[in-house]
Design a protein around this ligand. Structure first.
Ligand code: GAR
Length: 192
């Protein structure tokens, strides 16, 4: 059974989908902890599923590196086989990547390398493209630059807003994420 720690910043709807998938005894991964960089609403999903949570508040640290040191320490206590960034809206400090790579994956609401960064949906809309997508990548030190392990195209429809487009992207992200974690757990896919 692959032991997975998930990190979030926000509502955690993709986290919830992963928790639901992992609740099926036939799913080969277990969510052993959910962490956040602030008091994220999505932590409630973990609590509902009886999964331990922790917060390493970014704002309480003097630097990104100091935050990263505490995050590394908390994750190291948990000893996950895989760390999933599911809407963690922070660039992971080098120390965290160094400690856990290549066993860190991230979901992103665009077809990378198109539209990396914190506003993947907004940037795709602003660019006027007629298709965008969803991606799951292995995390490296860059901003959404790591190896792509799964991705799918999603059309941008006339009249789409950031919200309507993101609402269509997220179900695809969830499906890709659940599948990627399963494939890592079964040894079908690197990084494991
Ligand atoms: C997801 O779309 C995820 O890909 C995105 O935040 C959303 C979190 O939604 N992450 C990034 O944009 C990272 N650059 P959720 O909190 O409802 O799961």
């Amino acid at each position: 059974m692959l032991k997975v720690a998930v990190l979030i910043s926000g509502t955690g709807s993709n986290l919830r989908a992963l928790l639901e998938a992992a609740a099926d005894p036939s799913y080969p991964a277990e969510i052993i902890a959910v962490g956040a960089d602030r008091d994220a609403a999505g932590l409630a999903h973990a609590e509902e599923f009886g999964v331990p949570t922790f917060v390493v508040p970014f704002a309480a640290h003097e630097s990104r590196e100091a935050w990263g040191r505490e995050l590394t320490a908390r994750l190291a206590e948990i000893e996950p086989d895989l760390v999933v960034l599911s809407g963690l809206m922070r660039l992971l400090p080098h120390g965290v990547v160094e400690r856990f790579a290549p066993n860190i994956i991230n979901t992103h609401p665009a077809y990378l390398p198109e539209f990396p960064g914190a506003h993947g949906v907004r940037d795709a809309l602003a660019a006027g493209v007629d298709q965008t997508g969803a991606s799951v990548i292995v995390v490296d030190d860059g901003v959404d630059t790591g190896p792509i392990v799964a991705q799918e195209r999603i059309p941008v429809l006339p009249g789409d807003t950031e919200e309507t487009l993101h609402d269509r992207i997220k179900p695809v992200e969830r499906r890709l994420l659940i599948d990627v974690v399963r494939r890592i757990a079964t040894g079908d896919l690197p990084p494991r």
